[in-house]
Design a protein around this ligand. Structure first.
Ligand SMILES: CC(C)(COP(=O)(O)OP(=O)(O)OC[C@H]1O[C@@H](n2cnc3c(N)ncnc32)[C@H](O)[C@@H]1OP(=O)(O)O)[C@@H](O)C(=O)NCCC(=O)NCCS
Length: 141
């Protein structure tokens, strides 16, 4: 049975990242990703973690949607949609009258139209340049 909850272990989070071919981190860093998030949702089928999303928010105007992952065996069943909608609604719940928050994300290549369904705009556009990023990587000890 599919259930949504807020608990995920660092190992489960890394396993989900691995499942979709994303960069893995040391467990200590994975734990920080979980503990420091404004919200985490984990989807389980019985006990097994099959999806995750992380929402970061500074409480001010900057919010970031990260790690929208659904186990490939469970994709196409509306789980990704629920994860994104839950994140947006959690953010709205925390906003006070008059607040303006910029919610951004880095779309994986080819997934832009998935996010456009929730109001995200592809960049570059008339107002904004392309998103920019870089990885900072420390050598292992
Ligand atoms: C992208 C991802 C999260 C979608 O999850 P999902 O559970 O399969 O998506 P849903 O079944 O909830 O689909 C929601 C809607 O998005 C559409 N959609 C799903 N995957 C899509 C894709 N890759 N591209 C465009 N649209 C997509 C669906 O058709 C559906 O549309 P509808 O509601 O209008 O019928 C999932 O494919 C995934 O985990 N991929 C690997 C990791 C990844 O790339 N994550 C996003 C990175 S930023």
């Amino acid at each position: 049975m599919i259930k949504y909850g807020e608990f995920i272990t660092p190992e489960e989070y890394m396993e989900l990242r691995k499942m979709v071919g994303w960069v893995e981190f040391p467990i200590e860093q994975a734990r920080a990703c979980i503990e420091k998030a404004y919200m985490i949702q984990c989807v389980r089928d019985d006990e097994k973690a099959i999806g995750v999303v992380r929402l970061l928010w500074d409480g001010g105007y900057v919010a970031f949607l990260s790690d929208v992952i659904v186990d490939p065996k469970y994709q196409g069943q509306g789980i990704g949609r629920k994860l994104v909608e839950a994140s947006i609604s959690k953010l709205k719940d925390g906003m006070k009258p008059g607040y303006k928050v910029k919610l951004t994300l880095n779309s994986a290549k080819g997934k832009e139209s998935f996010y456009e369904k929730f109001g995200f705009r592809v960049r570059p556009n008339d107002d904004a340049g392309p998103g920019m990023d870089q990885w900072l990587i420390m050598d292992e000890a």
